[in-house]
Structure formats: structure tokens, C-alpha cells
Write a protein of this length. Sequence first.
Length: 592
Amino acid sequence: MNPQFRRLTPLAMCFGPQQQGSERSKRQSPVLQLSPKLMAAIEAGRTRLLVTGMVFSLAFATLGARLIDVTLFERDGTASVVQRAVAAKRVGDRADIVDRNGIVLATSLPTASLYANPQMVRSAADAARRIAAVIPGASEAELRSKLSSKKSFVWLKRQLTPTQQYQVNRLGIPGLQFQKEFQRYYPHGALLSHTVGFAGLDNQGLSGIEQYFDKRLREEGTPLALSIDIRMQFILTQELAKAMQKFNAIGATGTVLDVRSGEVLALSSLPSFEPTAAASASDDARFNRATLGLYEMGSVFKIFTTAMALDQGFVDFDDGYDTSKPIRAARYTIRDYKPKNRWLSIPEIFIYSSNIGTVHMAMEAGTGAQRAFLKNIGLLSAPSLEVSEVGAPLLPSPWREINTMTISYGHGLAVSPLQVAAAVSSIVNGGELHPLTLVRRASAEDIPARRVISEKTSRQMRQLMRLTVTNGTGRKADAEGYFVGGKTGTADKQAGKGYARNKRIASFVGAFPMTDPRYVVLVMLDEPKGIKETHGYATGGWVAAPVMRGIVERIGPIAGLAPRGADQIDDGTEQILVRIKANAEGHAIASN
């Protein structure tokens, strides 16, 4: 090799001798000459580098195409990474459900779900054994089967706790990965399980509000505000649970309605269930007695018969009927539970809950008027409500004269308790029927309303319902200072083609304050048993009316209603009592 090249450093070979110092730069630069052998070697290197680059480029292009394929498409029904990520984002965006005051009723919390690529798992049996040891309830056999499959993606366990995720991660098993998901959480547990409902593993609404508003909860980020007041909900449920236990009932239900707006403030059905464990709950616990249950409600229907007769002019307060003799129709005999055996005025028929007097009113009005009135107040069709669990009334077919008689006092027509409460609201609020809603109304303006009775009839019914509590069958519902009014109801349950004498529905429906009603409350106990305290009775007046009183005394202060003395207001009931007494005395003298 030319001696001149031995002194050239790598830097000189790259940049030339002029960069090797000022003294060398003064000398004449040598002419670089390459031998043919070296030129051939350099050319071969360039060719190899070009080929290698092309191979790497092709490899990266192939890998990129595969990543796109795995990311955007599915294989064997398995969701891609992006699809799972998009799904997780959609689930994460599921909006909260809150009560009317902003208290969270349902929300989504981040969680991790375990999946695997079985093709990367070295030993399915060993991996299954180790995973089952750290995840309670996991089946080793099921895990082994999944990890032995030919698929590239299998779910192993959904919605792990942070501790479980940490323990699985510590195992260091190749092929295991975690997918971020969101789990629906219900801070109040079973308190609102029938109304709010629940969502499944993929956070898809499966019942209640969760199901009805599933699309809205998935696509909108703003919370869904319900009409429910969680404070009233707690009080209603607690009072029902105490009564259910005290009277050994198989179930109970109740509701609190705003009579001015149709908003449902509380809605309870017992027994209940934990929304996060709905799959393991019994059918009875998951059954919504308030909206799906259909019952013959008994004497609470006398509210509607009396309102119809008064509003349409068939009777007046001073009218009345002889109730001393039972009514016989075909094979039926209609009697009073506690007969007065005398002529009763219209107010007395209502206050003393006379079946005979109520039947006389219904027959004077006729079947057509009865059906039209019940339809007008929403008792002959399923109510429109924001849950799917809504029952349609069971109507007699054909609707004969005997049906008109028995329906007048609450037998022969089965409806849901919530329907009854809504109808009663229209009777006491001045005569307007508001559509029920479980969603908080944006404002008090433009609330849908349809007039069903006159304001005069509504005022008269408020007086009669108040007198029923002060002087009639509903005395135990009287919450001092809140002017409660209402009606008791007791009905034997159907059994085959007849009725079971030892199984009944006991209820009370009322409103307060009757001077200017704000709320309607309905309480119903399913198959209560009489106890020593009630002298063995299990009627609405003995078992349901006291529950009403307990609820009113507790939610009144929450609603900002202070108790008032009876001497602070004149509701007209004293004048009615005077007339009742005069009529009773007059007919007593006449009969003698």
C-alpha cells in the first residue's frame, strides 16, 4: 500500500487533510487513489447495504400491515385492541344518575379485566392453577379450558379489584393482559334498585332507569337528574321495612308523589336486592310491586266512586242511602264490614267506609259513567313511566252490572299502587291529572295537566278524606299538625276463581296538608298478619295507617312544612260534622 495512506487518520480519510491542523494544511494535499480491488469491495458493501435496507423496509411494512389488521378488524369473533379501547371509552362515558338534589345514585368506576392470548401461555394447567389461587371464585377447570383454546383472545375474569389485579400481575405469566373497563356502582345499594335498576358487565342497562335511558346515559356526559329525593326514599323504605317485619308481611310497597307536578319523590318495593348482585337475587326480590304489581286495592277505590258521583251531580252532600240491608246480586251478597244499620249521608258513607252505600252511588251513576271516569283518571290503561317494568290493569270482560258494584269499593279491577296514587293526586290537587315522571322537571312552568274533576269536588273530597282520618277508619294515620287526609283499604287476595280469606292487601293512601295538598303518600302491605297490639286485625286501618303517620312526621320537616295547630285554620270539616250529626239524629227520630 502507498506509504502516504498509512499516515492518514480516519478523520483525514473522511474530510481531507486540510482539517488536520494549520501546519499540515500549508503542505500540498496528496492525491487519493483507490486500487481496483478496494473499489470492488466498496461497491459490494453498498449493494449489500441497499439490499439489507430493502429487506428491513419490507419487514416493517409487513409488520405495520399486521398491526393495522389486528387493530381495526376482528378474528374469530374476538374484539380488536382498538375496538376494546373504544368500547371501554364508551362505557367510561356512561353518565351518572343523580337525585333531584344532585346526590349520586349510580356512577361508573374504573376497573381492570383480565384477558389472555392462549397462544402465548406456556402451560395452561399451571397458569390456571396459579390464577385461580389469587382470584376468589375463579374456576381452575374453566380457566384451563380457556387458556388451552386456539383463540388469540379470551376473557378470564371481568372487573377485578385493585388487589386482585396486583396479585395476578405478580404472577408474571406471559400472555396475560389487563383491559381497562368501568364498573357501575350504586352508592345506596338496595335502596333504589327497582327504580334506578342495574347494568350488566358491559355496562348495558338491564332494568329500571338504567335500561330506559341506556342510550342517553351512554352518549351524553351530563348527569341524569331524577325526581327522586333520596332522603324521602330512605324514610319511606325504612318505615315500610319496619311495618313489614312487625306484621310478618311477605312484601310491601309505597310511594310519595308531588301533587303539583306529578314527580315521583320516592318509590319503594320490598323485598329488594343489591343492584351489583342482581343475578343472584330471587324473582320475588326483583319484582317491582309498585309499578308492575297489580292488586285489587279495596276501599281506597271509594275515593273515586264518591268523587265521580259528586262531580257529575248524581249525589250531593245531603243525600244518602239506607245501608241497613245487604245488597244481593246473583250469587253475591254485599255487606258492610262494620255496619251502621241505618240511613247514611254521603259523608258518612265515605267516612265509615260503607260498601252498601258506595254501591248505591255507583249504580245510580251507571256502568258507562263509571268506566268513563276511571279511564279519565288513568286507571284503565298502563301509565307512561320511565321504566319498562310497568303493569297494565286487569279489567273485567265483559264489564257487567255486578262488576260495576264490586269495582265501586275496590274489587274486580286490579291496578298498580303507583296508578292509584297518581289518580288520588288528581282528586286532591284541585282536579288536574299530571303525567307521572321519574325525571326531575326543569321548571314549574308548562307542567302537563288535564282537568278530571272540578275544584269544588276536589275541595269536598279533601274534606271527606280529612274527616276519615279524624273521625273514621283512618285515625291512626293522623300526624299532628300536618292535616293528613286519606282512605284505608283492605282486600282479600285472589286465589283461583275465588278469594283467600287469610291473605289480604292492606293499604292507606292519603295526602297532606289537606288544606293545601303538597304530597300524596301510598302505603301497602302484602299479606300482613294481625298481632296482639292490633287485636288480631290486619286491615288497612290497623297496619297501614300508622305507617302513613310515621312517614309524614319524618318527611314533613324535610319538605319545609312546619306543623300547625288545628285552631289556625278552618277547613270546613266542622260544619260537615254538624250536618252529619243533624242528619243522623233526624233519621234516628224518624225510624223510631
